[in-house]
Design a protein around this ligand. Structure first.
Ligand code: PLP
Length: 480
């Protein structure tokens, strides 16, 4: 495809943009239980307007644009106070949870390089419920991820398993508050104790839970301690672009003190251009996300967020109770925030998801891993609260419907796919597998149960190969 020879008018461009949306998920109706953090229309206007006001300004150099520094320092200070940090807590605004986590891992690595040069192959201990971003960070930054099992009933990190996984090469422990998959808070106090005893850093991943958990606690929910009030916690990540409802591209990484944060900052004076001093991964970046995050927090304020927390907590409890009352469904863990994961021992959850889709609900599948059976994951948004009764009613009916349906793919096919050796995986294997899984080219079928069942049954190394190949095919221009 070539750049069009002649430019379009402003109106034509905007029209085209609108047209490109045609197949996007329609989240505005509030029937989408993933991906979207919808704060309602007025708040959305606030975010968009503030983002646009600062779209062009560059946060690369806060000495030239002091507004960037002011937004960042105020956001970090509010986050630190929110998470019981004292005046020594410092941090940075980042583009998202992944970047915050990447930086926490980099800081741990470089802190170890400075203080324990004998460690050649640094390791990071990860409960299997820790977000994949930690494994991604370990991959990018050359650390070894050491996965440890979690409690099979609560899905919380098992402190003794973490303790046993520590070796002379360990540089970082990780706990979640909350974990994405099950919405539960790990035993951060116990992990903090282990970190102190072993003189290790402990990162708490509050990307999902950090912002709303303090509100749930104020509403009387039994939220375990997870923040800087816990001895041993050395860094915390918290996303503004999830349940603080900021525009996407907004998270924060906090450290207990400046001494530790020093290891995060990258500086380069050895080239011919301007001196690079980057506290975070990005360099040239818009002030828009900073301005929008600042705007939405000031728009809602403490009282506004408390009210949102009240609504989503109530809705979550109603959904969890409904799931528990359905004999075919079973909660995975006890959600400690507005996330619910549930599975079934009698019906295919993938069929349930497809059936719900025909009724215009979008709900998210999670594949099975390490004792966490394949399941359905719901993120409860304020915009979805009004749908709770309808969701529950449709869920009950879709479970019944799913019961009558045959497996999405024959067992023989799953067996044949699982027998493929990931070590000898070629483009041909990929084409073969995609075909067997029912994927034609890169077009996904309307009903996804077959593909989900296949992915769920494959050894993870093999499904990683398959999905890498699929994405590599998807990201190719093929004309209209
Ligand atoms: C979403 C999430 C992340 C990753 O954040 P992104 O903003 O998607 O990069 C990390 N940890 C948890 C618990 C999350 O829910």
């Amino acid at each position: 495809m070539k750049i069009p020879a002649k430019g379009l008018s402003k109106g034509e461009v905007l029209e085209q943009l609108e047209a490109y949306r045609a197949n996007d998920m329609n989240w505005r109706d509030g029937r989408t239980w993933a991906y979207i953090y919808d704060p309602g229309q007025e708040a959305e206007e606030v975010i968009k307007k503030s983002y646009m006001m600062y779209l062009t300004e560059n946060a690369l150099d806060p000495t030239v644009f002091p507004s960037a520094l002011r937004f960042e320092n105020e956001l970090v200070a509010m986050a630190a106070a929110h998470l019981n940090g004292d005046e020594n807590v410092v941090g940075n605004f980042t583009s998202g949870g992944t970047e915050s986590i990447m930086l926490a891992v980099k800081t741990a690595r470089d802190y170890a390089r400075a203080t324990r040069p004998e460690v050649r192959e640094p390791e990071i201990v990860l409960p299997v419920t820790a977000h994949a971003a930690f494994q991604k960070a370990a991959h990018y930054l050359c650390l070894k991820p050491v996965l440890v099992p979690v409690d099979p009933v609560t899905f919380k990190a098992d402190p003794e398993a973490v303790r046993r996984a520590i070796t002379p090469n360990t540089v970082l422990l990780v706990g979640s508050a909350v974990s994405y998959a099950h919405g539960v808070v790990d035993p951060i106090r116990e992990l903090g104790q282990i970190a102190i005893e072993n003189d290790l850093l402990l990162h708490v991943d509050g990307c999902m839970g950090g912002f709303l958990l303090p509100y749930f606690r104020r509403l009387g929910a039994p939220v375990p301690d997870f923040d800087f009030s816990v001895p041993g916690v050395t860094s915390i990540s918290m996303d503004f672009h999830k349940y603080a409802f900021a525009a996407k591209g907004a998270s924060v990484i906090l450290y207990r003190d400046k001494e530790l944060r020093k290891h995060q900052i990258y500086t380069c004076a050895q080239w011919t251009g301007y001196t690079v001093i980057n506290p975070t991964v990005q360099s040239t970046k818009s002030i828009g996300p900073l301005a929008a995050a600042w705007a939405i927090i000031n728009f809602f304020g403490d009282e506004g967020y408390l009210e949102i927390a009240r609504q989503v907590l109530d809705a979550t409890r109603r959904i969890a109770a409904a799931v528990e009352s359905m004999p075919d469904l079973r909660l995975l863990g006890r959600p400690e925030m507005n996330l619910v994961a549930f599975t079934s021992d009698t019906v295919s959850v993938f069929h349930i998801i497809d059936e719900m889709k025909t009724r215009k609900w979008y709900i998210q599948p999670q594949l099975g891993f390490h004792g966490s059976k394949e399941n359905i994951h719901l993120s409860v948004n304020p915009a979805s609260v009004r749908w709770v009764d309808d969701l529950i009613a449709d869920l009950g009916e879709c479970v019944e419907k799913a019961k009558t349906m045959p497996p999405g793919v024959p067992q023989a096919l799953k067996d044949a796919l699982a027998a493929i050796d990931p070590a000898t995986f070629t483009d041909e294997t990929l084409a073969q597998m995609l075909g067997m899984a029912g994927i034609q080219g890169t077009a996904l079928p309307e009903r996804m149960a077959g593909i989900n069942e296949v992915l769920n049954s494959l050894p993870p190394e093999l499904s990683e190969k398959l999905l890498t190949g699929f994405m590599n095919e998807l990201l190719v221009y093929r004309g209209e």
